[in-house]
Design a protein around this ligand. Structure first.
Ligand SMILES: [Zn+2]
Length: 271
């Protein structure tokens, strides 16, 4: 599968000047591959519920090189401007976290910046391999214009990953579920079937993170509510004015991460 071809920036909508192309966009910063023992892989499980009596489950690989491909999907100004800022803002503490040298605490600003970095990866990964789309243009506009996520519809949590399997290999695992309507794609991107919520689980070295987003607002609310109860660091929506103390974060095994990443959302099992 080839990455999609876009004629205009998928964030601001700008077209490149005549004779020029959109800029190459990293889905996943290259430096991560130098820190991790094995390059992350990713896979996707889509649940097609168009026939409610007979939902079908499809396991697909997102583009196999999603962590190295650089599809042309953003303009220079977005790519080298606010998108680069989001990455630069997390570098000095994210690299130690991935290498299991956690700082004792994350300031509210650091926690917030980390949540934006994770959300942006979800946005770019989805655009680069649009098997199914959940994130709306409104959400991308909001991030670009305000440097924040919409106040509802996103829940982003972190913990510590000690699972060998997840730490070494499983970078990104995405469950879109429950289709609804058609994706409002920009430019010539096809109207892919859209899903109204998704769960993306990250194991990046020693960082466990999970991003839940979608138009079903109670879904993301439940996620952050139960995650907080279990002691996860809820980095979005912002929970605190005081630092997030990392020594209290749950330390997760492979088995626990597999549970958190199971097809049936874990937080729907503990209502
Ligand atoms: Zn742009």
């Amino acid at each position: 599968m080839k990455p999609p071809v876009f004629s205009c920036c998928q964030f601001c909508g700008a077209s490149p000047e005549s004779g020029k192309r959109l800029t190459k966009t990293h889905i996943w910063p290259h430096w991560i591959n130098n820190i991790l023992e094995l390059h992350p892989t990713c896979d996707v499980i889509s649940i097609d519920r168009s026939n409610p009596k007979n939902p079908t489950i499809q396991e697909k690989k997102r583009h196999q090189d999603i962590f190295t491909i650089q599809p042309r999907m953003t303009c220079k100004s977005c790519n080298e401007g606010w998108m680069n800022d989001i990455e630069q803002n997390v570098l000095n503490y994210l690299k130690p976290i991935i290498s299991n040298n956690w700082p004792a605490s994350l300031s509210p600003e650091q926690a917030s910046n980390l949540s934006l970095w994770l959300a942006l990866i979800c946005m770019n990964a989805e655009l680069a391999s649009p098997l199914s789309n959940t994130i709306t243009q409104n959400d991308r506009d909001h991030l670009r214009k305000t440097g924040t996520l919409p106040s509802r519809g996103w829940s982003i949590i972190i913990g510590k990953n000690e699972g060998v399997f997840w730490r070494k290999r499983k970078g990104y695992h995405n469950y879109p579920s429950l289709d609804s309507g058609i994706h409002r794609g920009l430019s010539q991107s096809k109207n892919h079937i859209s899903y109204d919520k998704q769960i993306t689980t990250f194991g990046i070295g020693s960082l466990f993170a999970q991003v839940v987003n979608g138009r079903d607002l109670s879904f993301s609310d439940y996620h952050s509510f139960h995650a907080k109860r279990l002691g996860f660091g809820v980095i979005f929506p912002s929970q605190r004015n005081s630092p997030l103390l990392t020594e209290h974060l749950p330390v997760l095994t492979d088995e626990q991460i597999n549970f958190l990443n199971s097809q049936e959302p874990w937080f729907s099992k503990i209502y």
